[in-house]
Design a protein around this ligand. Sequence first.
Ligand SMILES: CC(C)(COP(=O)(O)OP(=O)(O)OC[C@H]1O[C@@H](n2cnc3c(N)ncnc32)[C@H](O)[C@@H]1OP(=O)(O)O)[C@@H](O)C(=O)NCCC(=O)NCCS
Length: 176
Amino acid sequence: MALYEFDGKRPRVPDDSFVHPQASLIGDIEIGHECLIAPGVSIRADFGPVVIGNRSNVQDNSVIHVFPGSRVIIEEDVIIAHGVILHDVHIKSRCVIGMGAILLFGAVCEEDVFASVGSIVPKGMIIPTGKIVAGNPAKITHDVSDEQKKMAKEGIDYYRELCKKYITTMKPVKGC
Ligand SMILES: CC(C)(COP(=O)(O)OP(=O)(O)OC[C@H]1O[C@@H](n2cnc3c(N)ncnc32)[C@H](O)[C@@H]1OP(=O)(O)O)[C@@H](O)C(=O)NCCC(=O)NCCS
C-alpha cells in the first residue's frame, strides 16, 4: 500500500479494508471497516484530516484534498464513483457521488443524496436529504426514489464483497 506518514500523522487502515497499492494516501487519514480504495485514488490529508466511514468506497482516480483548518468527512455506506474531486466537503451516509462530479469547499450532502455524473456542486451548497442534484452549477432536480436507494445499497454490498476478494486474491503478476 502507498501509505505515507506526513508531519507525524499517518493513514489508519483496518485489516478488513482494502487500499490498492497504486492509490496514494498521505497524512491524517482514517479509513473505516470494509472500505475499498481503488487504483489511482489520491487522498492528500496534509493540511487537514480526511475521515472515511465504514463500508464506503472511493473509486479509480478520485481526488480528495483539504484546505488548512478544514476537513473532509465521508460517512458510512457512501459510493464515490470514478474520477470525483472532493475538497473540504461533508458527505453523509448512503450518498452516491456520480462519476466525474466535483464538490467544492464547504458543500454538504445530507443523507441519501445523489450527485449526478459530471455535476459541479458549488461551494457551501447544502443538499437536503434524499435529493438528486445535476449540472453546473448543480441544482436539485428531483428526489431519490426508493428503487435508487435500493440500488445504492446493492452497490455498497457488491463493493464489500469486492473488498474481501481483493484482500484475499489480488497479487501482482510476475514479470509484469
Ligand atoms: C443521478 C442519477 C441517478 C439520476 O438518474 P434518474 O433519476 O434516472 O434521472 P433521469 O435520467 O431521469 O434524469 C432526470 C433529469 O435530470 C437530468 N440529468 C440526469 N443526469 C444528469 C447529469 N449527469 N447532468 C445533467 N443533467 C442530468 C436529465 O436530463 C433529466 O432532465 P429533464 O427532467 O429535464 O429531462 C443519474 O443521472 C446519475 O448520475 N447516476 C450516477 C451514476 C454513477 O456514477 N454511478 C456510480 C458508478 S460507479
